[in-house]
Design a protein around this ligand. Structure first.
Ligand code: MN
Ligand code: MN
Length: 412
């Protein structure tokens, strides 16, 4: 783990994205008694364990961690970028009998521990690789424990811990910071559609998206004109009810883009993709053409300076929400959450308590919002938007970091 470049981070150590490796080659510990030892990755505690360098030690290089009885080898430091997968080489020392052991994780600095997966059996004097799927965000440390309690000894070596990539990143770059609410291609009220330009959770009961999530940086921005080819989404199953152009016609509401046309101007196809009605909600003209549009523009200006933005937008509905046309729901408010990261390519591990997060909720009624209003006057915390929508934004970000940045109202 390496320290990041951040300055004032509230006293937390912020790790940059990286794979932790520990080969037990640095340091000396030749007795079994419990003691801390400084290894290449940081300080570890070895209890009924030592750094074995005998010919009977199975090792990569000149040393391995050798554990006997109910011994433990424990990290005394945290990773802050979570953990995806942990791999560990293990073998019996010399001709010792087989044994069992387990990997444990702690997300509270070692106060409490939880076993990862199942216990492993070690048999034989050459390395096997144990692989553990962890997939936890945020602060984490690990502990290897011999579980059989016998006097047989086990060698461990070549530990790797990868960063937690997150369920959102696995789905699409557009949901890098997490998926706001469960969505799948089997759920008509939260139908998942992963497009090249954005990801939507589509509500076929309301005929509008629950949310739309997209990445914005200069790689999406070019000189292509608005295609203006508003149309139903031909990538959805034909059995799913959708809004039609006639539903909006004469309704008094705009066909309001969530992922804006002007955020996708590199190619004709990418721009045209934003004109699916599944990317729209009926939006008040004052909202859409006023503060909403100016906020969209300001976010593109930020992206133009080389930043990486992750944006989520949608409607806020209540029991009294109205409809237009053949049952297209009109949201009471529109919301947006925009996270600003320093450099293109950054993700969850780069979100810190200092990261700028802009949340807004704007009335979706011409009577309640002026077209000349400043979008900044509608800023709220992400917590407030989560309370209004039931979504969990930035869900793959370390929960301790979410707690800080989601309770803050942007004031830049
Ligand atoms: Mn618009
Ligand atoms: Mn959240």
């Amino acid at each position: 783990m390496s320290a990041g470049p951040e300055g004032d981070d509230g006293g937390l150590e912020i790790a940059t994205a990286s794979t932790l490796t520990e080969g037990f080659e640095t340091g000396t510990k030749t007795a079994y008694a419990a003691a801390d030892v400084t290894l290449a990755s940081g300080v570890w505690n070895m209890n009924d364990a030592l750094l074995g360098n005998l010919s009977s030690d199975v090792k990569t290089g000149t040393q391995a961690a050798r554990i006997r009885n109910s011994g433990r080898v424990t990290m005394r430091f945290d990773r802050s970028s979570g953990a995806g997968t942990v791999t560990i080489h293990h073998a019996s020392f010399g001709t010792d009998a087989s044994g069992t052991w387990g990997l444990f994780e702690s997300q509270n600095g070692g106060a409490t521990w939880t076993q990862v997966g199942t216990s492993k059996a070690t048999t034989g004097g050459s390395f096997s690789t144990a692989t553990f799927t962890v997939n936890l965000a945020g602060t984490i440390r690990f502990d290897i424990r011999k579980l059989d309690g016998g006097s047989n000894r086990i060698d461990f070596d070549d530990i790797t811990v990868t960063d937690f990539a997150g369920a959102g990143a696995a789905l699409s770059v557009h949901t890098t910071l997490g998926i706001p609410a469960p969505t799948s291609t089997g759920d008509p009220s939260a139908f998942l559609s992963v497009k090249s330009g954005y990801v939507i959770s589509y509500n076929s009961g309301r005929k509008v998206p629950n949310w739309v999530s997209w990445e914005l940086n200069t790689s999406y921005l070019g000189a292509i004109d608005r295609q203006d080819d508003f149309r139903p989404d031909d990538t959805l199953p034909p059995t799913l009810p959708q809004a039609q152009l006639s539903d909006y016609s004469g309704s008094g509401f705009d066909r309001g883009h969530m992922c804006p046309s002007a955020d996708r101007t590199l190619t004709t196809a990418s721009n045209s993709q934003t004109f699916y009605l599944t990317n729209m909600v009926p939006q008040s003209a004052h909202n859409n053409r006023g503060p909403w549009a100016r906020m969209e523009s300001d976010l593109r200006v930020i992206a133009g300076t080389g930043k990486e933005l992750f944006i989520i937008a949608g409607g806020v509905f209540t029991g009294s929400s109205g409809t237009i046309g053949s049952g297209v729901s009109v949201p009471d408010k529109t919301f947006k959450v925009a996270v600003v990261l320093d450099a293109v390519g950054q993700g969850t591990a780069n979100v810190t308590t200092s990261t700028r997060v802009i949340g807004v909720m704007m009335p979706n009624s011409d009577a309640l919002i002026s077209q000349s209003a400043d979008w900044r006057d509608f800023r709220v915390s992400v917590d407030a938007i989560e309370a209004a929508t039931g979504d969990d934004f930035l869900s793959d970000v370390d929960p301790a970091v979410q707690a800080v940045i989601e309770s803050r109202v942007d004031n830049l």
